[in-house]
Design a protein around this ligand. Structure first.
Ligand code: BJW
Ligand code: ZN
Length: 246
C-alpha cells in the first residue's frame, strides 16, 4: 500500500462539508494522464518557451508552427483520460456544500471526469475562433481546410485559448477573484504559480484569511507565503485527502 501523506490537524479539521473550498489547478494535475506540463524538467516544450508559442505575435509570425503545436497537443488530449486527481475533485464537489473549481488547463479533463461548473481561465483547446470576425468553431468542419484553417470570412482560425498579453475571459476571472477572496480553504494543485493573474488567486485567498494548501511535486513561487505544502503527485495526494473528509 502506498504511504499516507502527512496532513496537519488544521487541514483535517477544515475538510468538513461546511467549509467553503476553492481549488485552482494547473498543468501538473494532468501530467499523470500524459499531458506534458509547460515548464520544468519534464516540460514538453523544451525547444520553445511557452512565451514563444503562446502569443498572438507568434501566431501571426508563424501560424503554421503554432497551429501544428496545438494540433499535436489536441491529439495527445484525445487519447488520454482523467486520472485519480481529477476524479478526487469530483468527490470534493460532492462533499463540500460550497465548492468551486478553477482551472488554468485547456484540456477539458475536469469536465471529462464529471466536475461541474468548471471555471476555465485560459480557454479550451477543443474550441477555435476566427481572428478576424470572431466566429466560434466548436469543431472544424471537414470543408474547412488549411494550416491554419481559414474562416468563411478569410481570416485565420486560431485555438480559443488565452495567450500571453491577452485578457482572460472577464466573467470567469471576476468569478475566480470573488470566490478566492471569500473561501475558507484554497488548494493550488499542480501549478508553478508563475502565470498571472491566475497565480494571484492563492495569494488573494491567503490575504482574505483562507487556509491555503498547495499540492505539487516541488515547492513553488508561493510556498513561502501559504500555509501548507503537500509534496508529491496530485494523483496520489488528492485521493488521500478524500479519506479525511468529515
Ligand atoms: C505536478 C505533477 C504531478 C508536475 N502532481 N504536481 C503580473 C506579474 C508579472 C507578469 C504579469 C502579471 N500580470 C500579467 C502578466 C503577464 C503574463 C504573465 O503572467 N507572465 C509571467 C510568465 C511573468 N500574463 C498574461 O499575459 C495573461 N494575461 C493578462 O494578464 O492580461 C492582462 C494584460 C493584457 C495585456 C497587457 C497587460 C496585461 C495571460 C496568461 C495566459 C497564459 N497562457 C498559457 C497558454 C494557454 C494556452 C495553451 O495551453 O497553450 O496558459 S501559458 C501556460 O502557463 C498555460 C498555463 O495555463 C499557464 C500556467 O502554467 P501551469 O499550469 O502552472 O504549468 P507549469 O508547467 O508552469 O507548472 C506545472 C506544475 O505542476 C509544476 O510546478 C510541477 O512541479 C507540477 N507538477 N507533475 C502535482 N503529477
Ligand atoms: Zn471569420
Amino acid at each position: 500500500m502506498s504511504q499516507m501523506i502527512s496532513v496537519s490537524e488544521a487541514l483535517k479539521t477544515l475538510l468538513s462539508k461546511e467549509t467553503k473550498v476553492v481549488v485552482l489547478t494547473g498543468a501538473g494535475i494532468s501530467a499523470e494522464s500524459g499531458v506534458p506540463t509547460f515548464r520544468g524538467e519534464d516540460g514538453l516544450w523544451k525547444k520553445f518557451r511557452p512565451e514563444e508559442l503562446a502569443t498572438f505575435d507568434a501566431f501571426m509570425a508563424n501560424p503554421e508552427l503554432v497551429w501544428e503545436w496545438y494540433e499535436y497537443r489536441r491529439k495527445i488530449i484525445e487519447e488520454i483520460k482523467p486520472n485519480p486527481a481529477h476524479l478526487a475533485l469530483v468527490e470534493f464537489q460532492n462533499h463540500f456544500e460550497e465548492f468551486d473549481l478553477i482551472t488554468q488547463n485547456v484540456d477539458g479533463l475536469h469536465n471529462q471526469a464529471g466536475s461541474k461548473n468548471v471555471v476555465e481561465l485560459h480557454g479550451n483547446i477543443k474550441r477555435n475562433k476566427c481572428i478576424r470576425c470572431g466566429a466560434q468553431y466548436e469543431t472544424l468542419e471537414k470543408t474547412i481546410k488549411g494550416i491554419p484553417p481559414k474562416c468563411h470570412c478569410g481570416g485565420n482560425i486560431r485555438p480559443d485559448v488565452v495567450w500571453f498579453g491577452e485578457m482572460l475571459p472577464q466573467d470567469a476571472l471576476n468569478y475566480a477573484f470573488k470566490v478566492s477572496s471569500d473561501c475558507d480553504l484554497f488548494f493550488s494543485v499542480g501549478t508553478s504559480a508563475v502565470v498571472h493573474p491566475a497565480a494571484s488567486l492563492p495569494l488573494i485567498a491567503k490575504r482574505s484569511g483562507a487556509y491555503v494548501v498547495e499540492v505539487n511535486m516541488e515547492r513553488t513561487e508561493i510556498s513561502h507565503v501559504i500555509d501548507e505544502s503537500l509534496i508529491g503527485k496530485a494523483g496520489k495526494i488528492m485521493p488521500q485527502l478524500v479519506k479525511f473528509f468529515m
